[in-house]
Design a protein around this ligand. Structure first.
Ligand code: PMP
Length: 358
């Protein structure tokens, strides 16, 4: 008899399920906070030329010098900070989790928040301590401070704005956490293009602050590029756990091209921000639907029978994210990505239809 996975693998991994991505073919896809807009045709052709010139027979250059330089110039990394590039910010979360996983290490994050903080922490072998948000989904800063005092966490993760709730935590609350945390505080600014608020400028004041971002929500989720900025002495250590060649030459070239045309992506994000407000107003006008404030490219709503409503919307051709079983605080909550005006109209129509058909 040959060895089975059950014989060989870690029990915690055997007990896990894979990250589930539902099929979206033929559906209006508003479940994953993607930018719905493509690059304009002329830029697409210029990008194709750029990619055609990439030497795909060669490994990537060791440390993504030009990409990092563009990130610094275009995305507001302050002078004293160093940058590390990851295969999506998911990989940066893994790097930080692995590097901080000393025996007995604990990691704190509000809950609900981005699931990869929990998953990466546990896979790396550290203990994950979720701290529930307040009932209105704001940060329970006293509970966070109590958890920090009790567990002395190696890392505190704060998504700013938070996923899946959508709002930014109060800056004064984040300041208190920064003042109290004995370890690293990572501000995950994946949704920064829609929040227009950042902790980047605070890097010079806090040596234990790490600011993490991604180009995914900006419009490049298909190329996998995330980056973090922090003091050089932290980045030098995290770089040791970065797999060599972690970003492909094609992703690197596409990211460089996109950053050279950042104004195009930023204009798309401005549209999404405007449409988010219109979408919220339209959602609030539907009886039985309550929205939460958002500074991201999605809106969290509460509606009775959320799971049935999500299924009804899917039957009507619109895929959104049912988060109602993710955490008790999200009971009856759905997360709706802001799409194009047409997609948003289709989503509203499907929602009204699903509510009427219950
Ligand atoms: N951080 C947050 C808060 C997110 O919501 C996401 C993706 N949904 C990520 C990080 C990961 O982004 P990516 O790996 O695409 O860079």
């Amino acid at each position: 008899m040959s060895t089975t996975p059950q014989d060989l693998l870690r029990p915690d991994i055997l007990a896990m399920s894979s990250y589930h991505v539902p099929p979206a073919a033929g559906l209006v896809k508003l479940d994953a906070m993607e930018n719905p807009y493509a690059l304009p045709g002329a830029l697409k052709r210029a990008l194709a030329d750029r990619l055609a010139a990439v030497a795909i027979n060669r490994y990537p250059a060791p440390s993504y010098v030009r990409l990092k330089q563009l990130i610094r110039e275009k995305l507001g990394v302050p002078a004293g900070a160093e940058v590390l590039v990851g295969n999506g910010s998911d990989e940066l979360i893994t790097m930080i989790s692995v590097a901080t996983a000393k025996p007995g290490a604990t990691v704190v994050a509000p809950a609900p928040s981005f699931v990869m903080y929990d998953l990466s922490t546990r896979l790396a072998g550290s203990r994950f301590m979720p701290v529930p948000l307040a009932a209105d989904l704001s940060l329970d800063v006293d509970a966070m401070l109590a958890a920090i005092a009790e567990h002395r966490p190696a890392v505190v993760w704060l998504a700013y704005p938070n996923n899946p709730t959508g709002d930014c935590f109060r800056r004064a609350d984040v300041e208190r956490i920064l003042a109290a945390a004995p370890g690293l505080v990572v501000l995950d600014e994946a949704y920064q293009p829609f929040a227009l608020d950042s902790w980047m400028d605070e890097l010079s004041r806090h040596d234990h602050l790490v600011v993490m971002r991604t180009v995914s929500k900006l419009g490049l989720a298909g190329i996998r590029i995330g980056y973090m900025a922090a003091s050089p002495r932290w980045i030098a250590e995290f770089d040791k756990v970065r797999p060599p060649y972690n970003v492909s030459v094609l992703d690197e070239a596409a990211a460089e091209f996109a950053l050279e045309h950042l104004d195009v992506l930023q204009a798309q994000c401005a549209r999404i921000r405007d449409d988010r407000e219109r979408l919220r107003a339209a959602l609030d006008a539907i009886p039985g639907v309550a929205t939460f404030p958002s500074r991201a490219n999605f809106v969290l709503v509460r509606v009775a029978g959320a799971t049935a409503v999500a299924a009804g919307m899917r039957e009507r051709g619109v895929l959104i994210k049912d988060v109602s079983r993710m955490h008790p605080l999200l009971a009856d909550c759905l997360r709706l990505t802001v799409g194009t005006p047409d997609e948003n109209a289709a989503m509203l129509e499907a929602l009204r239809g699903a509510l009427a058909g219950r």
